[in-house]
Write a protein that binds this ligand. Structure first.
Ligand code: SF4
Ligand code: SF4
Length: 409
């Protein structure tokens, strides 16, 4: 696409990157076929092609209005369009740049600013979020049904975390909301990997990966979170004792794999970020397939592949293969490439679109009559559970329970 960026951004690193991305887009529209918001709303400005056009106009110095911001806000950043695009357009990188410019040049209404600021403040703070959740559990029985759904049910206890005893060591990110919402996920991951001779450890002081604030368009604050996490991890990384950094939430894994890019302009952190990104692995990449005992499990499972896994990290089929080897019957999932509507804080900010996408996703997940829905990301799990008629679990919990039943540790 012919592009002439405006002076205010032309010579910056972001401007050069945006220009290179824009030039790759041939406006063919193939991406519209897999865009959830275009499918739902039918407006070209709610498709990747339309949003690219809006961002091009903004970056070329054209008018930027609330309407421009609305169409960018409605994007889930699910990255399905990147998987589909035959020209290799990195839409997610362009939308980061476009959103920053549009945010700067428009004024959100005070209520919108306030709720975004509240989410950016509360979600990455594990203790604060945990305290708010405990309060929610106290009042949950008294709430009317529509509000009850907003407070997740009390989770199962975490269970035992094996003491580190193996030479092979991997670092695990606890995550910001996951320890309160589902503490059993990370403990299950530690138990499963312990069986395969890998000790999973956490770093003291490790906080949010930065995704929450970055995607709420507090991009500088998000990068601060990234730098703080690198600082917390660095002593262990430097000692060279870690084989990998593991994520049980694919959203965090996708973000950390992108640190090398997101901190590329930071001379102080650039090299560290590259090293961290190279070490980052989704859990399914480190649970060994060949060593998994076959046929220890039974039951029908529908796997909801989070966008951050299949589009963000381009990992497909690995979880399903591990579940099937263990003995689960994985049921077919129609339109598995489409987002469930969770998308970080999107479900809180765009509840109508998120609710409709969830209803569609639940319908397709439950078509194969599964006894359980499995996922690989805490956001999707918390979003889907209230609407599902079967339990929604992290896949590692299913594997952990199957192994514990058949093969005592
Ligand atoms: S982003 Fe890719 S698929 Fe979409 S219009 Fe541009 S070139 Fe075509
Ligand atoms: S990231 Fe997802 S919602 Fe956004 S334009 Fe691409 S396909 Fe559509």
């Amino acid at each position: 696409m012919q592009t002439e960026l405006a002076e205010f951004i032309r010579d910056s690193a972001a401007g050069k990157e945006a220009e290179a991305i824009l030039r790759k887009c041939v406006h063919c529209g193939f991406c519209t076929a897999t865009c959830p918001t275009y499918q739902l709303l039918g407006d070209d400005l709610d498709s990747p092609r339309g949003r690219i056009y809006l961002m091009k106009r903004a970056l070329e110095g054209g008018p930027v209005t609330e309407k421009t911001r609305l169409h960018l806000d409605r994007c889930l950043t699910c990255r399905a369009c990147e998987t589909t695009c035959p020209s290799g357009v990195r839409y997610s990188r362009l939308v980061d740049i476009g959103r920053a410019v549009v945010e700067e040049r428009t004024a959100r209404p005070p209520w919108d600013r306030a709720r975004r600021a509240l989410l950016a403040f509360a979600l990455p703070r594990t203790r604060l979020f945990g305290a708010a959740l405990r309060l929610g559990w106290l009042v949950r029985p008294l709430l009317p049904a529509p509000f009850k759904e907003k407070v997740p049910a009390r989770p199962d206890p975490a269970g035992e975390w094996p003491a580190p005893r193996h030479a092979r060591k991997m670092l695990l990110l606890a995550g910001c909301v996951q320890p309160a919402l589902a503490p059993s996920i990370n403990a299950a991951a530690a138990r499963v990997l312990d069986r395969f001779g890998i000790s999973l450890v956490e770093a003291p002081g490790a906080g949010c990966c930065g995704a929450v604030r970055f995607h709420l368009n507090y991009q500088d604050a998000g990068r601060d979170d990234m730098r703080a996490l690198i600082d917390a991890w660095w002593p262990m990384v430097e000692r060279g004792e870690l084989e990998a950094i593991v994520f049980t939430a694919s959203g965090c894994g996708s973000t950390v794999k992108d640190y090398a890019h997101l901190l590329a302009e930071d001379a102080q952190y650039r090299d560290k970020a590259q090293r961290i990104s190279a070490l980052a692995k989704d859990l399914c990449e480190v649970v060994p397939f060949d060593a998994l005992p076959a046929g220890v499990a039974s039951g029908r499972v529908a796997f909801q592949s989070p966008c951050s896994l299949q589009h963000g990290q381009q990992i497909r089929g690995m979880v399903e293969a591990r579940l099937a080897r263990a003995g689960f019957v994985t049921t077919p999932v129609r339109d598995g490439h489409l987002c469930c509507g969770s998308a970080g804080s999107y479900s809180l900010l765009q509840p109508e679109i998120a609710g409709e996408l969830r209803a569609r996703k639940i319908e397709s997940l439950q078509e194969g009559a599964p006894e359980c829905i499995a996922t690989a990301n805490i956001g999707c799990l918390a979003h889907l559970q209230p609407a599902a008629s079967v339990p929604v679990r992290h896949w590692i919990e299913l594997l952990d329970e199957a192994l514990a039943r058949k093969i005592p540790a």
